[in-house]
Design a protein around this ligand. Sequence first.
Ligand code: PFF
Length: 456
Amino acid sequence: SLARPNTVLARAGFTSGFGVLAATLGSAVGLGNIWKFPYLTGANGGASFLLVYVLATLLVGLPVMMAEISLGRVGKANPISTLQALAPKGQPWWLIGVAGMLGAFLILSFYSEVVAWVFAYVVKAMRGSILSSDPQVTGAAFNALISDPMQSLLWQWGVLLFIGGILLMGVTKGIEAVTKKLMPILFLLLLLLCAVSLSLDKAWEGLVFLFHPDFSKITASVVLTAMGLAFFKLSIGMGTMMTYGSYFRDDQNIPLTTLRVMAADLSISMLAGIAIFPAVFTFGFAPTAGPSLVFITIPAVFSQIPMGQSLMVVFFVLAAIAATGAMLSLMEVPVVILHERLGLTRPKATLLTIFLLVILGSTSALSNSTLADFKLFGMTPFDLFDFVSSNIILPGGGIFIALFVGWVWGFDKFGGALTNKGHLQNQKVAQAVFFLLRYVSPALILVVMLKGLNLF
Ligand code: PFF
């Protein structure tokens, strides 16, 4: 069973400093930046939402991310085995790893479907079939895709096989090698789109919207949304960063890597906002369109600028690249758990993960067609998985990870990991982060969760 002690297996890992950065940043950067961040910021008050999100990232996101990476690097195993090995005998902290694996499946179920739309849109953009200046038309095109059960399922299966194929090549030749090539391309494409967007007539209005705060919009549930986004963005609270930490080399500087990933990830979100909002405003569309923003508004916007079709291909290729690194890290969690805990070979563990996702993911894929009327707590499976993962599982996992490091693992071991046993000058950082983990992050997360979910 999953509670059985770990069989010792030779493990691969990331080989270079740049490889670590590319893979870790590749996990953080994803549809969170290009799909979620813009529409959430657009709908929740612009700059004031951004401010809360950045605060959550600093007070909660950074400490939990450093905690996870440290645990992983010291444990050198999947999250369940790591927590089992580092906790005192008989204490069930390994359940965090089990919850994380379930969280990975829930996120993958809806995430793989959004990636499916992105991949479908790459092809549609190349064909030019979705280009129209009329949002009615682009909206109808999007609805035709998501309400077609066959297309929704087939694109999703295609995505799962594609990502599974990269994982079959392994941690070093698959994840590390692919993200090392993709991340620089992503950055260049994004800069190109920003330049185009900023050259438009009403670029200024878009920037004002993005950077102008509307504090009246900040409610408890908006704060929870911002904190949930901070977790989702940094891929923390469910063992992903613990898993990647287990592939870090022992000489890797954990605080520095974490800071770099956070800063680059935030920049990419801002650049995505800069690429999208000036264009949205120039052509008079609503920034508050919600999840369909990039699929309905973007095609309508691009149909009105020179070389729009090529630029739209660029946009969706960029989104596909971002999504690939994130999907790899999400699927790696169950793959490595099934591999190391159940003793399946990596290929078998990968195939089993794909198989389970084909089943669970179909509930998300069919949420806009066959299962549209099937609601739990008033939400379709797609919306429910999205809501539960960002607002409950990731923050909940974050609380227990922080408590584990702050109260069980202790300062000596955590500080040892952050300073590489005293070889790096991170002592002050380690003390500050440990303080946050022990006293601040868990309480803060709990209060935001309870208030945001309206529980007290
Ligand atoms: N960080 C990814 C994004 O922002 O798109 C999503 C994600 C990846 C969430 C991995 C959680 C995770 F474990």
